[in-house]
Design a protein around this ligand. Structure first.
Ligand SMILES: Cc1cc2nc3c(=O)[nH]c(=O)nc-3n(C[C@H](O)[C@H](O)[C@H](O)COP(=O)(O)OP(=O)(O)OC[C@H]3O[C@@H](n4cnc5c(N)ncnc54)[C@H](O)[C@@H]3O)c2cc1C
Length: 347
């Protein structure tokens, strides 16, 4: 049974390499996608896995320090990504050196090479083609895959605030953690809700003189730990229940302030920067040729194995409506990786 299984998986991989089909493509190389790749390697190192996305342009890489991963007291996000990429490189080297004798190397030339590869490109389309999937990158390159894991992030919600387009990159940013340090000692504003707004405010309070959070809901649905920290921050002020359709970013060449209506009264706050921390629904445009099920809120529907309604396509992380915590997303990605390999092995 084991010998058969090994033979089958080696044979399948050999055949796939011959016709250029990748075993598993993972879209997204953040914590979710990287965890899926590691899971796939651990389950069957003979399979070829390709990740798409930019590991250093992920939330983890940009977000500062993470202190809630079990067993890791505190780690700088980008260092954590570097560690994971190092681990993947170690697996790749371990695999290549497992072909010890030169005779064996010649016999398995097709099998040699990295098991996990990362392409810093975006996928724009996925189609079904007989048993496999055809993926098209934004550059127009075509890739065939036996199975696909969707593990990308939610896009920024753009266009909800007046003045956004005019002041983008002129004091208006969509990432408090990425650009906050540029406004050291200044007065800034975050427009957003829940953990995204809270995390941004907790970051900005360290650099900025005053941080005002403009929140559309009547409360911030955030971790109590964050709330306690925010309440203890004298330079953070939260304004609840603000109608975002009446908010306007104002300025000359750069942002100088923000207008909004509070308790029926028009107000203007002088700020040097505005950070919009609002997330949109998942962008599912790459899946438009597939009849994949989404729920009422616009998130991909998956079962407990992270299978979508299209056999061979798995989805994990925030695009399935999962809570946005590193440990959850890693577990979800890992589960998708294991189940995608089970699917490929069964084929
Ligand atoms: C400020 C802040 C602080 C946080 N602090 C904590 C914390 O302390 N503890 C905690 O547990 N969690 C925390 N989180 C949550 C958590 O760190 C992240 O949200 C999580 O790591 C996101 O992982 P991800 O894989 O879903 O997305 P990302 O890391 O954003 O990765 C998405 C990937 O998808 C790729 N991609 C997107 N579209 C495409 C496409 N079309 N084709 C190919 N690739 C694509 C991108 O290039 C990227 O590689 C925090 C989040 C924020 C914003």
């Amino acid at each position: 049974m084991t010998v058969n299984f090994i033979f089958n998986s080696v044979f399948t991989t050999y055949m796939n390499k011959k016709d250029g089909t990748i075993d598993l493509v993972i879209i997204g190389s953040g914590l979710t996608g990287l965890s899926a790749a590691i899971a796939a390697y651990s389950k069957n190192p003979d399979l070829k896995v390709k990740l798409f996305g930019i590991p250093y342009n992920t939330i983890t890489a940009k977000k500062g320090t993470i202190d809630t991963i079990p067993g890791i007291e505190s780690v700088v996000g980008v260092d954590y990504i570097v560690q994971i990429l190092g681990q993947i490189e170690k697996f790749n080297n371990e695999y290549i050196s497992s072909f010890s004798s030169s005779e064996e190397q010649n016999d398995n030339l097709e099998m040699k090479g990295k098991r996990i590869e990362i392409e810093e490109e975006k996928i724009s389309k996925i189609k079904k083609e007989e048993e496999n999937f055809v993926l098209v990158t934004e550059e127009g390159e075509t890739i065939r895959a036996k199975a696909v894991i969707l593990a990308y992030d939610l896009p920024e919600l753009k266009g909800a605030i007046k003045g956004e387009e005019e002041f983008e990159s002129q004091g208006l940013s969509y990432c408090a953690v990425c650009d906050g340090a540029l406004f050291r000692g200044k007065k800034v504003c975050i427009i957003g809700k829940d953990n995204f707004a809270a995390r941004g405010a907790l970051f900005l309070r360290k650099y900025c003189r005053k941080v005002t959070v403009i929140c559309p809901s009547s409360t911030l649905d955030i971790d109590k730990r964050f709330m306690k920290k925010l309440e203890k921050s004298p330079n953070v002020k939260i304004k609840y229940g603000i109608d975002l359709s009446k908010v306007e970013v104002v300025g000359t060449q750069f942002v100088t302030g923000i207008k909004f209506v509070e308790d029926g009264e028009e107000k203007e706050l002088s700020v040097n920067a505005v950070f919009i921390e609002l997330k949109d629904k998942p962008d599912l445009s790459m899946l438009k040729e597939l009849d994949i099920k989404i729920n009422e809120e616009g998130f991909l529907v998956t079962n407990s194995k992270k299978e979508t309604t299209i056999p061979g396509i798995f989805a994990a992380g925030v695009i399935t409506g999962e809570e946005d915590y590193c440990a959850i997303l890693m577990g979800e990605g890992y589960k998708a990786g294991i189940n995608a390999v089970n699917y490929i092995n069964k084929k």
